[in-house]
Ligand binder design. Structure first.
Ligand code: MSP
Length: 521
């Protein structure tokens, strides 16, 4: 078996409801996963939940629930959310699952035996909210800590530490030698800047049981549980281990439960994450993997953050976007399209209801929807829905756009791919206006010309469905159904011009994106 293209999202804390930020990351990852499937690759897409730690323990306590029961209920909500977003994930990990806990404990045991940890006393500041130790370097000029850290307390406690410091120069050299490892490049520069100008601290990898019991017990000292990040990051290899990945199993010195079904996954091709958790993925995780003797993932792809109406989204002020409500009103593809089209992978973005609705009406209803509807309705009306002989008038232009989209798919350039796809939508709508098939239809002498125009339009709709499948799969399926095609639009190599056979009978045209009243601004 050959290695699959393996990509992951961050795993979300199980302490509340999903919002736009979580949805965005999952949709980006899903589009990349589907783009690679469309390119003909075997893909494995993993998402899931980060269930341990103080935040979750506290949230469970606040609702008077046991942490496991609390997480079980929320896990059902989050799994349903993945379906609402139409994700094509191949697995869904929960860090409270035995398959994950066992791998975390094996990793801890091995790293401990190999001398990567030491025990020491810590005396200093601790942010309860961020579950992190703070030093004087984290203070603001007036001596206070950033309010983002929440309550900061003074602590004196024993803990285990991972010797991170020792790997600093190795990591810098690795990043220098692998320019694509952290993308976009602005994020790579940030990490290199951090490493070149600061000395890394060793990483505290435990919390005393007395303070936190909702975590994975440390296998070599019963008084401690594992620090939530050391636990969470390991999900990226615990699932491959459970799937029988030979590279991970060899590093863990474990055997597959079923050697015949081993799926080759590691190293991951892309970890998709938000910019706020870059340090954990671009500094701690590579060093953990190096210590485990595992190859590093090919890429950490860090996206920006969404704001709403120019403000940080916040549960406490009610300034949040509820993706489930938007999807209920506007459809999942409108939501998927908007988040990818509006915000390129990298910068921060701003959600406004008016902006969403404007793109819906202009680009989906009037742009794509109108093109498909009028193209297929005219084919129905003027030719009883029977595809005329092949014509290549738009073929070259469309084929060139297909090649650009192909290279965007390979490089996770999603917004640029949509721009190229919309260049076809706009060109074809312009073609309708220029050729005016409704006028040609009135002149029997122009029947051949009308046939050419109708072929170009119908074939453009077919190509668009294939190109759009990774982004808006339901719509792509609907376009194929309206074209009377029974196969799936999920293979990019079927996009090339000329695939629609002459004499083929199309199906029934129907509006893809009904035009809606927009919000008053
Ligand atoms: N549990 C950790 C990740 C562990 S990965 C081994 C965590 N969870 S989280 O629920 O807080 O965030 C999950 C993902 O959602 C992160 O990648 C984060 O950047 C992303 N987002 C959370 N809010 C966001 C926005 N407002 N906008 C875009 N993405 C945001 O961190």
């Amino acid at each position: 078996m050959s290695k699959r293209f393996y990509l992951t999202t961050a795993i979300d804390y199980t302490n509340g409801q999903p919002h736009l930020g979580h949805a965005y990351e999952k949709i980006l990852t899903d589009v990349i996963a589907r783009a690679h499937r469309s390119l003909g690759e075997a893909v494995f897409f993993l998402t899931g939940l980060d269930e341990h730690g103080q935040k979750v323990q506290q949230a469970a306590l606040d609702s008077s629930r046991k942490p496991q029961d609390y997480c079980d209920d929320l896990a059902a909500t989050w799994k349903a959310f993945a379906q609402t977003l139409n994700l094509s994930n191949d697995d869904f990990v929960r860090t409270s699952e035995p398959r994950h806990k066992a791998v975390v404990q094996t990793v801890l045991t091995q790293l401990h035996a190999a001398g990567h940890f030491y025990k020491a006393q810590y005396s200093g500041f601790y942010s309860l909210k961020e579950e992190t130790f703070l030093t004087d370097k984290d203070r603001r000029p007036d001596g206070s800590f950033d309010p983002g850290y929440g309550e900061v307390v003074q602590l004196v406690e024993d803990n285990y530490y991972f010797k991170l410091k020792a790997w600093q120069s190795w990591l810098i050299e690795y990043l220098e030698a692998h320019p694509d490892f952290i993308q976009p490049s602005q994020r790579r520069n940030e990490v290199l800047g951090l490493l070149n100008h600061n000395e890394l601290e060793d990483l505290c990898i435990t919390r005393p049981l007395a303070r936190l019991n909702w975590g994975i017990p440390l296998p070599f000292d019963e008084h401690f549980v594992t620090y939530v990040w050391f636990d969470a990051l390991v999900n990226y290899v615990s699932v491959p281990a459970a799937q029988g990945d030979p590279t991970v199993l060899a590093a863990l010195k474990s055997e597959s439960q079923n050697p015949n079904t081993g799926i080759e996954l590691w190293p991951a091709n892309i970890h998709v994450i938000g910019k706020d958790i870059l340090k954990f993925h671009a500094v701690y995780w590579p060093i953990m993997l190096k210590a485990m003797g595992l190859p590093l993932p090919q890429q950490i792809l860090a996206h920006g953050w969404w704001h709403k109406d120019g403000q940080k989204m916040s549960k406490s002020t009610g300034n949040v976007v509820d993706p489930v409500a938007i999807i209920k009103d506007w459809g999942v593809d409108a939501f998927r399209y908007y988040v990818v089209r509006e915000l390129d992978i990298g910068p921060d973005g701003n959600w406004t209801d008016a902006g969403f609705q404007a793109r819906y009406n202009a680009e989906l209803a009037n742009g794509l929807g109108n093109l498909v509807n009028r193209s297929l309705s005219m084919l129905k009306r003027y030719r009883q829905g029977i595809v005329p002989p092949c014509s290549t008038e738009l073929g070259e232009e469309v084929n060139r756009a297909i090649e650009r989209v192909r290279s965007h798919f390979r490089a996770s350039r999603l917004q640029p791919a949509l721009l190229d796809i919309w260049s076809i939508v706009n060109r074809a709508n312009q073609y309708v206006d220029q050729t005016a098939p409704f006028k040609l239809a009135k002149d029997p002498g122009k029947a051949a010309r009308l046939g050419e125009v109708l072929y170009n339009l119908a074939e453009t709709c077919r190509v668009l469905a294939v190109l759009l499948w990774p982004f808006i799969p339901d719509t792509a399926d609907k376009i194929f159904a309206q074209l009377g095609l029974t196969e799936s639009p999920d293979k990019l190599n079927t996009a090339a011009w000329g695939g629609l056979p002459a004499g083929h009978q199309i199906g029934e045209p129907a509006a893809l994106f009904p035009k809606k009243e927009t919000a008053k601004t």
